[in-house]
Design a protein around this ligand. Structure first.
Ligand code: NAD
Ligand code: SER
Length: 315
């Protein structure tokens, strides 16, 4: 029987992923964990345990106690925050992953999901329709940790048979939880500020185009990949995943269609250099071919949902 542990369940992705996993596999079969308290919906719909991914012994105890068969390991320090604390971020991103991979190997878990990111690419990568296999020379703490993580995931699969599966998520856009300190966070913040104050000061330049995705697409991709037949999962580093690509000006124009008074100003900060090192768009045809991936949401649909759902909360 499937019994899932989500590590990082209180974060932007964990908040939505935990609920969707509980819907699909049963509330009692999905254990949420994090350092901090998750949403009220996660707390009321199933078990939550406080767990530090750096504490291997406690994780081992939790896996045994709850008879866990699969782990979705989401805990990490994202790109913007990682630049402020490089060594601590490296330790959390890498030691956390090693603990999960080692426990999967030692306790013979059936599967592990670990997300990589568009941050594995760097300034020397082709920026448009970035292919699955290309030059990868990231120049951020976060990107270096994700690229190293990809290599270790493939290593654990090849050497020890750990069935670890991974996606290079683009910037994810959602309304259930705040974004967690990344470079693409502006594309979440903008909706909250538009509805609250009719204006937003963006920390990236107007024409900084980045790959993005609405959360429901990301959650579906994650569960589809984890549920795919093992022979279909051919990339054991991480799969490119594409949704929508846009820049701050384009999303601002779309928001103005719904909120005509909305204005945007630009004050680029240190995250501009991070964004400039990442692709503008991603080629995910390998994921489409291997396990049938296709994104459902475009920018206009995503904007409508974000404004409606955040609007309900800000009333
Ligand atoms: P987030 O920052 O919102 O959530 C991460 C969660 O991990 C937080 O709730 C935090 O409390 C928890 N955490 C941090 N340190 C921990 C520790 N030592 N032990 C246990 N929990 C700890 O991040 P997110 O946006 O939900 O991202 C989840 C994963 O997806 C990360 O690996 C991230 O790199 C990856 N990713 C996210 C995006 C995105 O746009 N959100 C894009 C690409 C990749
Ligand atoms: N959204 C993430 C970040 O900006 C990308 O991995 O850090």
């Amino acid at each position: 029987m499937k019994k899932i542990l989500v590590i990082g369940a209180a974060g932007q992705i964990g908040t939505d992923l935990t609920i969707e996993l509980r819907k699909r596999f049963g509330n009692q079969n999905v254990i949420a964990s994090d350092l901090k308290q998750p949403s009220a919906e996660i707390l009321s719909s199933g078990t939550f345990i406080e767990l530090n991914v750096l504490d291997k012994a406690s994780m081992e105890q939790a896996i045994k106690q709850h008879q866990i068969t699969e782990i979705y390991h989401l805990a990490a320090i994202l790109s913007g925050n990682a630049e402020k604390a490089p060594k601590r971020s490296w330790d959390i991103n890498m030691e956390g992953l090693f603990n999960v991979l080692d426990l999967a190997k030692e306790l013979n878990l059936s599967k592990v999901f670990w997300p990589s990111s568009i941050a594995v690419f760097g300034p020397s990568t082709p920026q448009t329709n970035t292919p699955q296999k290309t030059v990868m020379e990231p120049n951020t703490v976060y990107g270096i940790s994700k690229l190293a993580g990809e290599r270790w995931c493939e290593y654990y699969f090849q050497k020890f048979g750990v069935d670890v599966r991974s996606l290079r998520y683009p910037g994810l856009i959602s309304y259930s939880a705040d974004a967690g300190g990344g470079t693409t966070d502006y594309a979440v913040e903008i909706f909250h500020e538009a509805l609250k104050n009719d204006t937003y000061e963006c920390f990236l330049k107007a024409d900084t185009k980045l790959p993005m995705m609405y959360m429901e697409d990301a959650i579906n991709a994650t569960i589809d990949l984890m549920e795919a037949d093992v022979q279909k999962v051919k990339e054991r580093s991480s799969y490119n995943l594409a949704g929508i690509s846009f820049d701050p000006q384009m999303i601002s124009d779309e928001i103005k269609k719904h909120l005509p008074l909305f204005t945007i100003t630009y004050k680029p900060d240190f995250r501009q250099a991070i964004a400039d090192s990442w692709p503008a768009s991603i080629d995910d045809t390998v994921a489409q071919k291997d396990w049938g991936w296709s994104a459902q949401y475009d920018m206009s649909e995503m904007c409508k949902i974000m404004l409606t759902e955040i609007g309900k909360k800000t009333k």
